[in-house]
Structures are given as C-alpha cells and as structure tokens.
Design a protein around this ligand. Structure first.
Ligand code: OSB
Ligand code: MG
Length: 374
C-alpha cells in the first residue's frame, strides 16, 4: 500500500461501568482513532489507547495528537509499505510514545490485511512459523474495578459469572487486597480469580503480599512499580502466586531481562504498551520459545482497538484468558457495528470480514467526537 493520507479522530465514549484502579477512575473512555487512507483506495483503522491523564501510561490524548501530527504522520505519508512489519523502522526517528505508535501501526496492519483480502488474524499468522494459525475465537475474562465493599464486589462477580465469564480479575490497591481475596474466595471457592495491583506496592510489602498465597489465585498482576523489573526479580520467587507483568514490559528486551532474572511467571501483553503488533509478534515468539504463559490485556478499547486485539488473542500461543470483554461491558453503543458478544466457554469470535472485520459507524464516530469536545 502507498499511504495517501492519515486522519485522526479524538473521541470520548461514556463507559457503561467505569473501572476504578489503584491509579484512578474515568467515567469516559477517550481514544485517538487513526484512519489511514491509501492510494489503492483501501482504508485502515487503528486506535491509540490513551487517556486524558498519564495514569496507566505516560501518554495522553494531547501528546498522541502532537506526536502524530508533527512526527509520525509526516514519516508515513507518501511511503509505500509492502508488509505492516515495515512500519516500526519508518517511525524509528521518534522515540517512545508506544501507545501512539501502536495506533498508527494498527491502522496500517488493518489496511495491509484488507489489501491482501485477509482477516487480520490470518495476516498476523503469515509472520509466524507454521502451526500458529488463529483459532476461531479468543478466550477472555473480565476485569472488575475497585468497589466499596466485598459484598458489592461479589454482586458484580455474580453478574459476570451469569453472563458467562470464566475468569474474573479484581483490581486491588494498598489497604484493599487480602480482605477482598479472602471474602471472595470464601463465597466463591471454585472461580478462576486473579488480582491486578497496577503497581501500587513496594518490595517492603512482600510479607503482606505473601498472605495472598492462601487464596488460590491464577496470578497477581503488576504488584510493583511500573518502571521496575529488578525488584520484581526479588518478589516473584518469594510468592507461590504466579506474578504477571503488565506495566513493566515495554519491549521484547524488557521481557528477556525479566525472564533472565526470574521476575516474571506470566505476561500480560498489551500491543499498545509495546508500540504495536510488530513488537507484539516478537514478544509472542519469545513466549512460545520460553514456554511463558501469555495473554492479551486491554485498555477499555473501542471496537476498533478491541477487534484487532481479538484477532491477536486468537493466535494459539496466547494461552490464558484475555482482558477483552464483550461490547456491552464497555459501551452502549460502541462506534463500530457488530458488537462483540460473549460466546460459548467465555470466548469472543474473530469477526469474518477482512482486516479488523468491524466497520466504524460514521454517525457514532461524529457523536463520539462531539462528546470529546464537550
Ligand atoms: O491494568 O490491565 C490494566 C484498563 C485500563 C488500564 C489498565 C488496565 C485496564 C484493565 C481493563 O484492566 C481491561 C479491559 O480492557 O477490559
Ligand atoms: Mg494490568
């Protein structure tokens, strides 16, 4: 494809249920959607998963717009791209800004898959060894924010179990952890449960976190600092509960270091966090080679970002349930048509269409752009 134009759409969508984490809460999902228009007449869509504040990552809607308009878009317009994996080299002059780069790269991935008359999931598999053809659906769970009480949390968990989710993730923070895990485990002895600390603890909390070993947790996600690998290397061997890293892993190199020093038992791969699907494929291969359990995380993406993540999550090296839930957990309505609906055995089917397989509805896009302005 030859890139003719790149258009950005900053949007806000009201969340059906805001997600309270150890770093904050937002009633709206914001995103910068990126539309890549090609000389061939194919259009690709991508999503830069950014918030209005640098809470999870360092980028925001404003930095994404700035970096796209001044640096990334000028690096791509007029370029001819044969394979989507060529994009990182074209963006190399700009450092960091992974969520933003992932968004523009995702739009190129969508356009390239469409140009090849392929679903994005199948296009991903062309960059992997044989035997990595996508499954029909991604296995998923659901992430539940911090609630005022154990009883409130149980109520939401029961609703999600009734909806068919088979893996429950609970957000925790300092002062809201052991009591929660104990209360939920006593009420629901058999559920598959995990916790996500979003970097709220320090190594001094190791003894405290050790108490969580009593509650049969699938894993604890990102206990220590978002920039740390070293201290996770100290904590992980002390816990029986497997430690999953999210915020700490920004590149394949970070992952190799984490594996080398024993900091990681499981990886939450967010394509946004590592700068896109090209780097995600490198990381995927390391996980397969090292037998490291892998799942795909989420950033409450709109249908554009979620469709691409579902495609990636369908790859067979993704071995644990992903944080990609059905559309009705996030938005009513989403900006894309064909909502994702939870299927048999806690899955989301890979859409049939070429590329990401879902279409942006222009009237809803306009409404979401208006919502952003207000
Ligand atoms: O830490 O995994 C996280 C959402 C926003 C920012 C960080 C995280 C999350 C989630 C939600 O846990 C996952 C989802 O998209 O459903
Ligand atoms: Mg997380």
């Amino acid at each position: 494809i030859t890139i003719k134009d790149v258009i950005i759409h900053t949007v806000a969508l009201p969340l059906v249920e805001p997600l309270r984490t150890s770093f904050g809460v937002e009633p709206n999902k914001t995103a910068v959607l990126i539309e890549v228009v090609t000389e061939e007449g194919v259009t690709g869509w991508g999503e830069a998963a950014v918030d209005t504040y640098p809470g999870y990552g360092m980028e925001t809607t404003a930095t994404a717009e700035h970096i796209l308009l001044n640096f990334l878009i000028p690096s791509l317009v007029g370029k001819t791209i044969e394979k989507a994996t060529e994009v990182p080299a074209l963006l190399r002059a700009s450092r960091g800004n992974h969520h933003t780069k992932a968004g523009i790269e995702a739009a190129v991935w969508d356009a390239c898959a469409k140009m090849n008359d392929m679903r994005l999931a199948d296009y991903f598999a062309t960059f992997l060894p044989e035997g990595h053809e996508p499954r029909p659906a991604a296995t998923v769970g659901v992430s539940i924010g911090i609630q005022p009480t154990v009883e409130d949390t149980l109520q939401i968990i029961r609703k999600r179990l009734d909806q068919g989710y088979q893996r429950i993730k609970l957000k925790i923070k300092r002062g809201w952890d052991v009591e929660l895990a104990k209360g939920v485990r006593e009420a629901l002895p058999d559920i598959t449960m995990m916790l996500d600390a979003n970097s709220d603890y320090t190594l001094a909390d190791a003894e405290h976190l050790k108490q969580l070993d009593d509650y049969n947790l699938l894993m604890i996600e990102q206990p220590l600092a978002y920039y740390d690998i070293y201290e996770h290397g100290k904590l992980t061997p002390l816990l029986d509960t497997p430690v999953c890293l999210d915020e700490s892993i920004h590149t394949v190199n970070d992952l190799l270091v984490a594996i080398q020093i024993g900091a990681i038992n499981i990886l939450n791969l967010k394509p946004a966090r590592v700068g896109g699907y090209s780097e995600s494929l490198r990381i995927y291969r390391v996980c397969v080679e090292e037998n490291l359990p892998l799942w795909i995380g989420g950033m409450l993406e709109t249908g554009v970002g979620r469709a691409a993540n579902v495609a990636f999550a369908a790859l067979p090296g993704v071995t644990l349930p992903c944080d990609i839930s059905a559309t009705d957990r996030y938005f009513d309505p989403d900006i894309t048509e064909k909502p994702f609906v939870l299927g048999e055995n806690s899955t989301l089917a890979v859409p049939d269409g070429y590329g990401i397989g879902v279409e942006v509805q222009l009237d809803r896009l306009e409404a979401a752009k208006e919502h952003w302005k207000n």
